[in-house]
Design a protein around this ligand. Structure first.
Ligand SMILES: C[S@@+](CC[C@H](N)C(=O)[O-])C[C@H]1O[C@@H](n2cnc3c(N)ncnc32)[C@H](O)[C@@H]1O
Length: 197
């Protein structure tokens, strides 16, 4: 079962093949051109905080992370000691509340059980302000029950997310990190105020 102890144990065992060690290129290139440093940003399933630490260091002071593995959060705090404790939600993503302008997706969607994908899309919708965006990467490889990571295809992703968001960008990532080259879709989805559910 993909619960909190499953993930915490993966960190305890050091079985963390997903950890890129630093912010990944697609996320870096996207955030580097965002100008409004007051945006309220959330990174769900943030792990060691490679993305969050980088984003915060650029001056995005309202950056928040959600991560339910205590072990990962301890390491995150060691890596980024100036990141405010009050901006770390050590809890289940599906239980957090808040209002954000930007949600960054980096190997969190592929980590949850596929039966929760609908819930994920709805949760992200609820957490975003109107005009808010979810930006990040989705794995583009055939789905297998053997995950995590769980894959999927463009059609499935689009039919899930277009119910909630305007699709600003959804294309093969051209700047993935080496191990993920050819296997990622970069996306930018927006919560618009004319598509109320
Ligand atoms: C594959 S890892 C990716 C970590 C990080 N995004 C990275 O790229 O290094 C998935 C992360 O999501 C966390 N996670 C999974 N389900 C979660 C949930 N429901 N609430 C909060 N965190 C969750 C896990 O503990 C794990 O750290």
């Amino acid at each position: 079962m993909l619960n909190e102890s499953y993930w915490n144990n993966r960190y305890i065992e050091g079985n963390i093949g997903w950890d890129a060690g630093s912010v990944t290129t697609p996320i870096k290139q996207y955030i580097d051109q965002v100008e409004d440093k007051n945006l309220r940003i959330l990174i769900p399933g943030a792990g060691f905080g490679n993305e969050a630490g980088y984003i915060y260091s650029l001056g995005f002071v309202n950056t928040f992370v959600c991560e339910w593995s205590e072990k990962a959060v301890i390491q995150f705090k060691k890596n980024y000691p100036s990141f405010p404790d009050s901006q770390i939600f050590l809890k289940n993503f599906f239980e957090i509340e808040g209002d954000f302008d930007l949600i960054i997706e980096q190997t969190f969607f592929c980590a949850i059980h596929p039966s929760q994908r609908e819930l994920y899309a709805k949760k992200v919708f609820d957490l975003l302000n109107f005009g808010g965006k979810m930006v990040g990467l989705l794995f583009d490889f055939p789905f297998s029950e053997k995950g995590p990571p769980f894959g999927g295809d463009s059609q499935e992703y689009l039919s899930l997310f277009k119910k909630y968001f305007k699709i600003n960008c959804f294309e093969k990532s051209y700047n993935s990190i080496k191990p993920r080259e050819g296997n990622e879709i970069f996306f930018n989805f927006e919560k618009t105020n004319y598509k109320l559910l």
